[in-house]
Ligand binder design. Structure first.
Ligand SMILES: *Cc1c(COP(=O)(O)O)cnc(C)c1O
Length: 244
């Protein structure tokens, strides 16, 4: 929030939120979708607890973090604010097996980033051992970039039947990340995720309702292609980020 007072920053967050909601609404309309089926999480990884409190006052209720340690730090820090008791936190980043217990103990609402069968099995085992039930998304590498984690589509088709049987774990849908800076590739990635979901939903008789895709640079495209959960960081929190 650089040189702004917290009052000014709160004003920015509120105004920006209105602009984002208008964009989402317009994109949903273009695609003939009901915007009430689309929600967003504010990715708070680059801001501190005081900014999360201001974002909550501006209307955000769901937040996302990509590192277990920072997730725990935010949740612990927010416990001092009674008005924050209704916030939700999701884990959206790469998860290592040795950090699973830490994330489960944070009682996150949704883990977006189950990127392999090995990780799904590890989460299931630890959830059962701790008497917890974890809601999760399977991360899919739709674009096939070597740098991206997640199931390859073919691998997912083979694995999903077994993953649905795992105790302590409910698979609610899928998550993907689009290649950066290429809007054509982003659209192809998001539509690919939706088509794969439709295929797996019909072959497995499961709704897989949640499609977590769309970030600051590409969320309108994601809405047009079926996203139900947008993960927005810079566009929410960074006054220097221009909505384009
Ligand atoms: C940081 C992050 C986001 C938000 O990215 P922005 O481009 O800042 O909106 C979304 N998803 C994941 C997994 C992230 O790590």
């Amino acid at each position: 929030m650089s040189d702004m007072t917290s009052e000014e920053y709160g004003g920015f967050l509120q105004k920006r939120r209105g602009e984002i909601l208008e964009r989402v609404e317009a994109a949903a309309r273009r695609a003939g979708r009901d915007s009430s089926k689309i929600s967003m999480i504010a990715v708070s990884k680059t801001v501190d607890i005081s900014e999360v409190v201001l974002a909550h006052a501006a209307g955000y209720q769901a937040f996302g973090e990509n590192r277990p340690q920072e997730l725990k730090r935010k949740i612990d820090g927010l416990a001092a604010y009674p008005e924050m008791s209704d916030v939700r936190f999701d884990m959206i980043g790469n998860l290592q097996t040795n950090k699973i217990n830490q994330v489960l103990d944070c009682d996150v609402t949704l883990v977006h980033s189950i990127s392999s069968s090995h990780l799904a099995q590890a989460v299931s085992k630890r959830a059962v051992a701790r008497g917890k039930h974890t809601h999760a998304l399977l991360e899919v590498n739709v674009s096939g970039e070597a740098s991206k984690s997640g199931f390859a589509p073919a691998e997912l088709r083979k694995a999903i039947g077994g993953l649905l049987e795992l105790p302590g774990l409910s698979i609610e849908g899928f998550m993907t990340m689009a290649p950066a800076g290429d809007m054509v590739a982003a659209r192809r990635t998001f539509s690919g995720l939706r088509e794969l979901r439709d295929e797996l939903a019909s072959s497995h008789g499961m709704p897989f309702k949640i499609l977590s895709c769309g970030m600051s640079d590409d969320f309108e495209i994601a809405v047009e292609e079926g996203a139900t959960l947008l993960r927005l960081g810079r566009v929410v929190f960074d006054p220097a980020y221009a909505l384009h």
